[in-house]
Design a binder for this molecule. Structure first.
Ligand code: COA
Length: 191
């Protein structure tokens, strides 16, 4: 049997031109209800967020067939003793959930965090009943660390939230060998 062709999902940095797509994404009920966004947000809010993004904030978007269908924000914490930590928040448009968009965004964010920013700990909070999100985070190595009771107001009720985090060891150090008889080229040290 012929395999169904998969639509490619592109993850890239958000641009100012994405304000309409980002605003639209968070008009979908599940996308705003399961995050900490509000209904009825104007495009100005997203424009301001994108304009004030600095080097600690990485806003990724997922594009399928030219349409913005997902968003992930990775923020590096600025306090010196928390500088190894990144916080993640994300959402996929309701009509695109369960189709691999969240996984594509998370894969890109983890590559950025592990291999380019050198972060050792990624953390996030998720509503305790959000099974799909929790499954996605577990798939990428996040573990539950605790429960925040009555953490956020969602559709008229206060709901619990879980803290989840993913820890990794530091990057390897690759240095030129000084020993005469050492393996030529480079040496890899684990720290
Ligand atoms: C949570 C969310 C980001 C996940 O993104 P997604 O594109 O829907 O997820 P994926 O299709 O990549 O699926 C990821 C994993 O979730 C699991 N999953 C999918 N649908 C599920 C469901 N209905 N119930 C439980 N787990 C499910 C699967 O294990 C899947 O892994 P697999 O592809 O190896 O089978 C997305 O559904 C979403 O935006 N939901 C609304 C907003 C939200 O919850 N944001 C997160 C706030 S913390």
């Amino acid at each position: 049997m012929k395999k169904a062709k998969r639509t490619p999902i592109e993850a890239r940095a958000a641009e100012i031109a994405d304000v309409e797509g980002l605003t639209r994404l968070y008009t979908y009920r599940n996308a705003y209800a399961q995050t900490l966004q509000l209904p009825f947000q104007s495009t100005e809010i997203w424009r301001k967020r994108l304009m004030t993004n600095d080097e600690t904030q990485h806003t990724l978007v997922a594009i399928v067939s030219g349409e913005l269908v997902g968003n992930l924000g990775l923020t590096r914490l600025v306090r010196p003793r928390r500088a190894h930590v990144g916080e993640i928040g994300m959402a996929v448009r309701d009509d695109w959930q369960g189709k691999g968009v969240g996984s594509a965004l998370m894969r890109s964010a983890i590559d950025l965090a592990d291999n380019w920013l050198g972060l050792r700990r990624l953390e996030l909070r998720v509503h305790a009943d959000n099974a799909r999100a929790i499954a996605l985070y577990r798939k990428f190595g996040f573990e539950v660390e605790g429960t925040h009771r009555a953490y956020a107001l969602r559709d008229g009720v206060y709901v619990d939230s879980l803290s989840m985090a993913r820890l990794i060891e530091g990057p390897r150090i690759i240095s030129a060998s000084r020993k005469a008889n050492a393996h030529p080229g480079v040496q890899v040290h684990k720290i």
